[in-house]
Ligand binder design. Structure first.
Ligand code: G16
Length: 564
């Protein structure tokens, strides 16, 4: 047995799979209770190095369970272009993580043979796997296991420490681009965003920065956003106050761990339509602009308390996508035809997108709005088909991808536009947006700065933004079933294929509601089935969602109490 094979087998044996565990690659990678993940981490560490060798580029591995409760953890694998691991590799990851301990080396060898990687060949000195982790108490240990996995197959792990998921994506992407390689670090991330944000704000009409309250969900976004804010020039820095930030005191570690995503954060606000704790402080902060990150800061939603009853006025991922698309279309309209001819703009959504947002994008902005399955990996994949591909999930996960050719076209044209101030400003704005908005994945901090810059640039109030369209009332619920993998859906997840009786039940329920729409799908990050319903009134949407949830419970083996 070669020494590498021996090292792999020894490490796999030292960190066996949890008894009876079947590891599934979900919406964003493996995600489970932290205590059953040791085996997964050493093995995905090994695989990430194989991926780096097969692409001859740096890749990344992020330890986080994002919006899940603190007890869970997970891994997000990042490809050389900064996107999620290619879907064609998900089955390799699944095979490796589920292999018997003494077969791990064989499965790894089989994968290497299949893709033509020789692990025994001389290790390239300039390639590594970036490893980052969030603030969960178990994350550093799991990151270390991943690094041991990488090193067991001769790879190099570059530990970048406690970062948001999008910072890790940024580092990987930049490190593989010669023109950006010097920015492939946490400091480089801040420099890049700071420069682009300053450009956008300086070209805007002068107006005082409005008050903004940020709920960091007791996650990694808190310390990272504090550092980012501190690095911005005084002159342009948003007037943001960050709340729900872990103090970092060891004595409070468990107490704060339990607060992560618990009654706070983007998932709580967007799914439950409830304010997070402490944000805003009412009634003093009625009408104040607020936003929430999720646990690893790759999602953001905005909101404010409105009216005497302090109802929640939500600006979810759909509204952010509409703001981006509207603003980009405005800049495009200011460009000479030669720069925009043949340029395709699209705004990608999922089945969760509110019908009113889709209508605004397609009818008002006259932009394509195709839908994909849930999961940014699917939206991202579609967005690259456009020269400007805006993509957002309603839960606040999204970004804008600018095609390389379109950006080159703008860069080359810029010097010749000096006599046309409007066109010149539009080019500068689009180029700065491409630098500010994360080109690899959804990024709460980058999206926050982009939204703030756009609102300032266009002198837009929250009322103006809110007035783009009125959401159709909707409700999202979830319940547990015995085996959620038994539920199969259509490609766009709008219909259940198995069990067929469940879709029949949903169809007959939807038919009873004016403007009714509903679907159910198994979550790829939690042990739950999610239900979405829309109808003409809030009460009707709530009722339809509850009835569909009951149908899921009845037809798909619900566990626990029947929802009512
Ligand atoms: C991940 C994915 C998102 C997805 C979310 C929920 O987000 O990156 O694209 O919308 O899970 O997925 P599901 O409905 O399958 O549970 P995060 O922020 O949790 O990593």
């Amino acid at each position: 047995m070669s020494s590498m094979k021996e090292a792999v087998t020894k490490l796999a044996a030292a960190h066996p799979r949890a008894q009876g565990a079947v590891y599934r690659y979900g919406t964003a990678g493996f995600r489970e209770a932290a205590e059953v993940l040791d085996a997964v981490f050493v093995r995905v560490g090994m695989l990430s190095w194989v991926r780096a060798l097969s692409t001859r580029a740096n890749v990344g591995l992020m330890v986080t369970a994002s919006h899940n409760p603190h007890r869970d953890n997970g891994v997000k694998l990042v490809d050389p272009d900064g996107g999620m691991l290619s879907q064609s590799w998900e089955s390799f990851a699944t095979d490796l993580c589920n292999a018997q301990e003494d077969k791990v080396a064989d499965v790894l060898e089989r994968i290497c043979n299949e893709i033509g990687v020789d692990l025994a060949a001389k290790t390239p000195s300039d390639i590594h796997v970036f490893v980052g982790w969030d603030t969960r108490t178990h994350s550093p240990r799991l990151a270390d296991l991943a690094a041991q996995g990488i090193e067991s197959v001769g790879g190099a792990a570059e530990r970048i420490g406690v970062v948001t998921t999008p910072i890790l994506h940024h580092c990987v992407r930049s490190s593989n681009m010669p023109e950006e390689a010097e920015l492939a670090s946490v400091e480089g991330y801040r420099t890049k965003l700071g420069r682009a944000f300053a450009t956008l704000v300086r070209t805007a009409k002068p107006s005082p920065a409005p008050q903004l309250v940020v709920d960091a969900a007791f996650g990694v976004g808190g310390p990272c956003f504090e550092a980012l804010l501190a690095s911005l020039d005084n002159e342009v820095r948003p007037k943001a106050e960050i709340r729900n930030v872990p103090t970092g005191e060891a004595a409070k570690a468990q107490e704060e761990a339990d607060k992560l995503n618990n009654g706070v954060g983007a998932e709580h606000v967007q799914k439950k339509l409830l304010f997070p704790e402490q944000v805003p402080n009412l009634p003093d902060e009625r009408g104040v602009r607020c936003c929430s990150f999720d646990g690893d800061a790759d999602r953001i939603v905005y909101y404010r308390a409105m009216g005497e009853s302090d109802s929640l006025n939500l600006f979810d991922g759909d509204k952010i996508a509409c703001l981006y698309t509207y603003f980009i279309q405005m800049q495009m309209a200011a460009l000479p035809d030669a720069l925009t001819s043949g340029v395709k703009v699209g705004c990608i959504q999922t089945a969760y997108a509110n019908g009113a947002s889709t209508e605004y994008i397609t009818k008002k902005l006259k932009v394509d709005a195709p839908r994909t399955k849930t999961g940014v990996k699917h939206l991202h994949h579609k967005a690259v088909e456009y020269d400007v591909g805006v993509y957002f999930e309603a839960n606040g996960h999204g970004t804008v991808l600018f095609g390389r050719e379109f950006i080159s076209r703008l860069r080359e044209a810029a010097p010749g536009l000096e006599d046309d101030a409007t066109a010149s400003a539009a080019v500068e704005t689009l180029l700065a947006l491409e630098q500010l908005i994360n080109q690899a994945t959804g990024d709460a901090m980058a999206d926050l700065l982009a939204v703030e810059a756009i609102l300032r640039a266009d002198s837009m109030s929250l009322d103006d933004w809110d007035g783009f369209y009125t959401d159709l009332p909707s409700r999202q619920l979830k319940c547990q079933v015995a085996d959620r993998t038994a539920i199969k859906t259509s490609d766009d997840e709008s219909r259940v294929l198995e069990p067929a009786s469940l879709q029949d039940a949903i169809d007959s329920l939807v038919a009873q509601y004016k403007s009714g729409r509903a679907f159910a799908r198994p979550s790829g990050t939690e042990d739950a089935v999610r239900v979405y319903a829309e109808a003409d009134t809030s009460a009707a949407a709530d009722e339809l969602a509850t009835k569909v949830l009951q149908a899921v419970f009845d037809h798909a083996g619900g566990v626990g109490e029947r929802p009512n």
